[in-house]
Design a binder for this molecule. Structure first.
Ligand code: PXL
Length: 277
């Protein structure tokens, strides 16, 4: 019997400080025992104090990386994060349509909390039109859900409404994360195209070490899908990993500002699957 690794392919931007973007995706995959391959869409300069600059890759460079990986590896899941430009959104959507059958988790990254812009104006509409219909799941936070749905998202009820709007754009499911909403508990709202809805509640942790939480949660969900868990269970496991990783890094000093979560608080060995490849 052939043996193989469950593979996450992340298509995202680099964060040189290591807490978000591609680096967060790969650390998450590593901690969950999943192999990570990566396509770099942008190189950002940022640290615990803020976001300084972003150099977005030209679409042909993204296309070349993506087609190279997909020609040789068979990822169990693809996670799409920062894309930077409308050209990259269209390029990634085309390559995935043509060469990939794996589930796709789209984290519609528009900007960082620290003020960096991560997708140009034309990219927002292209993301909804071209990438959402390919997505098994989209994972906006509340401000992203507002920008993408045009609905106000300041409460859990409004998050549910926006999630349903995003489903109407063609995504298979939408998880609107609740970290930006007020309250001692955080509720992440999942709505699926079959009408199923679920809320995932975790206690809020008092810390400023929250850099990269969006990237980490969406890649943890993607990894759980690559490991074979059904969507709702994958989200539940990922929310719990995320909460534990925040808690485990909550009181660690990092640089001089907002630090990362502790991705490796309880690493599991790399999974090896058997069967037909
Ligand atoms: O979490 C959003 C995000 C995505 N991608 C990159 C980032 C960030 C946040 O800082 O740096 C590269």
């Amino acid at each position: 019997m052939k043996k193989f690794y469950p593979i996450l392919l992340t298509v995202a931007g680099s964060d040189c400080s290591g807490g978000a973007g591609i680096q967060a995706d790969m650390k998450t995959a590593c901690a969950l025992g999943v192999y990570a391959a990566s396509v770099v869409t942008a190189v950002t300069s940022q640290d615990s104090r803020g976001f300084f600059r972003s150099h977005v890759m030209p679409p042909h460079v993204v296309d070349e990386q993506l087609r190279t990986v997909l020609a040789d590896l068979r990822p169990g899941v693809v996670k799409v994060g920062m894309l930077g430009s409308e050209g990259n959104v269209r390029t990634v959507a085309r390559a995935l349509r043509e060469s990939c059958r794996a589930p796709v988790v789209v984290d519609p990254v528009l900007g960082s909390t620290s003020g960096g812009r991560m997708l140009d104006a034309g990219g927002v509409g292209a993301m909804v039109d071209e990438l959402f219909p390919l997505a098994t799941l989209v994972t906006p936070n509340a401000p992203e859900a507002e920008a993408l749905s045009g609905c106000r998202v300041r409460s859990v009820e409004e998050a549910r409404f926006a999630a349903r709007r995003l489903l109407a754009c063609g995504a298979g499911a939408a998880l609107v994360t609740g970290g930006h909403l007020p309250g001692d508990d955080i509720t992440d709202v999942l709505c699926m195209a079959d009408g199923t809805e679920a809320g995932f509640i975790s206690p809020r942790v008092a810390t400023r070490n929250l850099h990269g939480t969006g990237c980490t949660l969406s890649s943890a969900i993607a990894c759980m899908l690559a490991l074979g868990h059904p969507l709702k269970e994958a989200v539940g496991r990922a929310v719990s990993y995320m909460h534990n990783a925040i808690r485990a890094g909550a009181d660690v000093d990092f640089g001089s500002g907002a630090g990362p979560v502790n991705h490796g608080y309880d690493p599991v060995p790399m999974h090896i699957c058997g069967g037909k490849y």
